[in-house]
Design a protein around this ligand. Sequence first.
Ligand SMILES: Cc1ncc(COP(=O)(O)O)c(C=O)c1O
Length: 432
Amino acid sequence: MNTTTTHSKQAAAIVHDREDRGNKLRQRLAAVEGRGQRTRTPSLAVVSDGEGVELVTVDGRRLVDFASGVLVTNLGHRHPLFEERYRHHLGRCPLSAYNMVTPIEVEASERLLASMAASNPKAEKILWAASGSEGIQKAIWAAMAFQPDRPILAATRHGFHGKKGLAGDVTGEASPNPNVRFVSFPMRDVGDLETYERELTALSLQFSDHIALLITEPYLGAAGSFHPPHWYHELLERWCTEHHIPLIFDEVQSCHGRTGSMYAFETYGVNPDLVVVGKGVANGIPAAAVAGRADLIDMLDYGAASDTFSATPMACAAVCATLDVFESEGIVAQCQAIAPVMRRALEELAAAFPFITAVRGEGLVYGLEMQDVATAEACVLEAYRGVNGRGVHFLGPLAERVLRVSPPLIIDEATIHEACELLHTAWSRIGS
Ligand SMILES: Cc1ncc(COP(=O)(O)O)c(C=O)c1O
């Protein structure tokens, strides 16, 4: 079976054998939509249906969803209780309530804070946003306004916080913003606590009282799934407390159960001053928020953090519906119970295929590191092609050669085994 990419003046379309409908749709879209819209995924499934953890393409291919959008649809697709509660919460509300107050916004704000406050009393107030990077931007603005005489923005290296504005500035390992300073995040060679402590001490000595904030991801997602030892975040928190530096935890990806706790700050045993949530917070309806200390959040006066699409009634209804399902179906406990099954299944795959060079992760978010870029791309494609019209959906590799495994948190044991058997057969074709 062949997959090709045809290039035209404006765009390129991925083409798969025996996918008449999908190929036509990919070509039509390539003619009208810029490529920059998405990151490259060699399979580029054309999906028209989804239920539970299964996606169905327009050509009838059935795919076990190992991506959840991009860690967004944590409750899976067309979850019956989510859909019912979403409609209930939205009711007859207007779709935009800009500069009005809706009861559902009040409920969503109170409930999201309450979901954090049990384990982090600093979750006192909230600001809504329409995307993760906007939530990060608002968190940074709040911290900068709190200590305006502190120009330096500290960030842990190789984090991904979004592409826009200040979120982009604190992403990666080099910044266009001259006030950004990076400190090391444990990756392949974890090293010892003292090494990181020395680096932090050097930073605080260099800039004494000029550091406005420290932003970190709980684990490095986009950089290829690196999950730090617990002492790392405890060290960051201690250093921040000592130097009166607000700690911003970017939970855009890790919130709502991914690591086996509702929030990763619980998994890692810290109490950040500001927590930014996104993606799974509304199970697919665009929503994000920054929650944390009232004295920080209240630094932003009327208009300073307002925008058209923050806290829409749809977003707030979806946030409440998501919390309803988490509460009534024990989603976090399900994730905890299934996590060892997933880890074992992935480790078995790694044992079977020497081209898988590492399995890293926790809860229901893993990275399968492949020996090289070509193998990683081939694995995505072969997983998609699957066996007899049934396959596994991955996004294109992260950090060039890491396949992320992040299925909806409702995945069960039988589906994990089925998916991994499919992968076993599909990946046996690689190199043969
Ligand atoms: C950890 C993290 N922070 C921030 C973002 C940016 O979120 P958005 O794409 O919604 O702006 C992402 C998106 O992938 C993310 O994974």
